[in-house]
Design a protein around this ligand. Structure first.
Ligand SMILES: *Cc1c(COP(=O)(O)O)cnc(C)c1O
Length: 481
């Protein structure tokens, strides 16, 4: 007994009392407060020779250290190194979010630890997830009976959709080698990863040509499908993009939807970056036709500004998603519900599940949808503004007019290699740390991008970015870089 009591004493450290909780919370809140106050002036990118290696000098040990020292380690080695995606001056890749209201949702979800995988275990958490999925289904124009899943991100969401498509079209065994997938070179690389994991590497992949705006050419798609059918192949899947990562281009979804339905192919739309722009008026036309797809991926940790760890997949025919992911086990007997609310564990590879819905539900309840719509409209208009401004500066050339909120551009130096120059321009700007832009390759050329999606990015940030880019380009050209 004595030993048990001793163990209890040590184990009770895991369960702080009210006073200890209060002390911990105060320090964490102060840390977060300080972090948020400093965002607007902190560098958006910090390169340090040690890149936080000092963490290793404080290994995990039998006894803990105090909260102050721990937070100091975090500040020094984690929150002051690398990219800061919560900054409004972060315009690289696809920016992330980090809504404060979501952080509060995460705090509550972790404290209450509702089991969000099974309806019976937490009817409320499952209802919240399903309600959010139906809300998103409505945004993309899917019917009420749509099923889906809140995932950790777009990559897993794409994997779930492609496995569902594979099973629905019974792409197995010998058939794989004769089955054809249609996409463009602009498709996100997580699609290839998903096909690999799904055992579909040996499918034939047709890269459909794109137009001058890097959008799928729908006539070429139609011809390719007809040709492949004639050749005795099995066209079965089209992967279209509602906003490519590279250029933000949106494939002609409505026409592609008609082609998919004529030829009875599964149409999957990767809308991880762009799909949720359907919330704002500016994008209704360009995103028209999303509802013609069989499955779609959305990424609230991009386009609803959530902290990382929230993607979503929607599948129009509930039964198909269920068919691919439900499983029964002896230890899960008698817990399937008759209410008609599907359990997330029957619609995804996960069983035990974080109460992920709360970080989306809480901000939507507290703020309503209106500020999200406004922020997305603002991003679209900022991208158009950036495009017009950078284009008007001597020496810069721009890519296609942005479909959404990614702008491509480059500087054309009077002398020397343009690729080298733009790489140097990007690196100089990144090292300066006031703004962050990234690059890509288009038609064999190195192109700079500005992806405008952080909820903290406003007009003054864009003006600053334009000024820094243009000044740095001139300095480098004058040999003062
Ligand atoms: C970001 C992105 C993905 C991958 O999503 P993750 O959330 O990073 O896993 C897929 N497709 C597109 C178009 C994206 O922009």
């Amino acid at each position: 007994m004595c030993e048990i009591t001793q163990l209890e004493g040590a184990a009770r450290l895991l369960d702080p009392d009210a006073a200890q909780r209060d002390m911990l919370l105060k320090q964490v809140i102060a840390y977060a407060h300080n972090y948020l106050e400093e965002i607007s002036s902190a560098p958006v990118y910090s390169v340090r020779a040690d890149s936080g290696r000092a963490l290793y000098e404080f290994p995990i040990t039998e006894e803990g250290i105090n909260i102050g020292e721990t937070l100091a380690l975090l500040k020094e080695n984690v929150d002051s190194t690398g990219i800061n995606p919560t900054s409004g001056r972060y315009l690289g890749y696809i920016p992330g979010g980090g809504l404060f209201h979501s952080a509060l949702g995460d705090y509550l979800a972790a404290v209450t630890n509702r089991y969000a995988g099974l309806f019976f275990a937490s009817p409320g958490a499952v209802r919240i997830e399903n309600m959010l999925l139906r809300w998103m289904a409505d945004i993309v124009g899917y019917p009420e009976e749509t099923a889906g899943n809140l995932t950790s991100g777009g990559s897993i969401a794409n994997l779930i959709a492609l496995v569902t498509a594979r099973d629905a079209h019974r792409i197995t065994g010998e058939k794989i080698n004769k089955s054809v997938i249609y996409c463009t070179e602009q498709v996100h690389h997580c699609i290839y990863k998903a096909l690999h994991i799904a055992g579909l590497d040996n499918c034939i992949k047709r890269m459909v040509p794109v137009d001058a705006g890097y959008r799928m050419n729908e006539e070429a798609l139609d011809e390719a499908i007809i040709g492949d059918k004639k050749d005795g192949l099995n066209p079965w899947l089209i992967v279209a993009s509602a906003g490519t990562t590279n250029t933000g281009s949106v494939d002609p979804l409505s026409d592609i939807g008609d082609i998919a339905s004529t030829h009875k192919l599964w149409l999957h739309i990767d809308g991880a970056y762009g799909g949720l722009f359907a919330l704002c008026q500016e994008c209704k036309t360009v995103l028209q036709g999303m509802n013609k797809s069989d499955s779609i991926v959305l990424d609230p940790h991009k386009t609803l500004f959530l902290p990382y760890g929230t993607g979503a997949v929607l599948v129009k025919e509930q039964q198909k998603l269920y068919a691919s992911f439900n499983a029964e086990a002896d230890y899960l007997q008698n817990i399937l519900n008759e209410i008609g609310e599907p359990s997330p564990c029957d619609l995804s590879p996960e069983l035990t599940k974080h109460f992920r819905g709360l970080r989306l539900w809480l901000p939507l309840k507290l703020l309503g949808v209106a500020p999200f719509r406004a922020a997305l409209s603002e991003k679209i208009q900022l991208a158009r503004y950036f495009y017009e401004q950078i284009r008007s500066i001597d020496g810069f050339e721009v890519g296609p007019y942005p479909d959404l909120s990614v702008v491509t551009y480059r500087y054309l130096p009077k002398r020397g290699d343009a690729d080298e120059f733009n790489l140097r321009l990007m690196q100089t700007v990144q090292q300066d740390g006031r703004i962050f832009v990234s690059s890509t390759r288009l038609d064999g050329k190195l192109i700079l991008r500005a992806a405008i999606l952080c909820f903290r990015t406003h007009l003054n940030d864009i003006n600053e970015a334009i000024e820094i880019l243009s000044k740095t380009a001139k300095q480098l050209e004058a040999g003062r870089g």
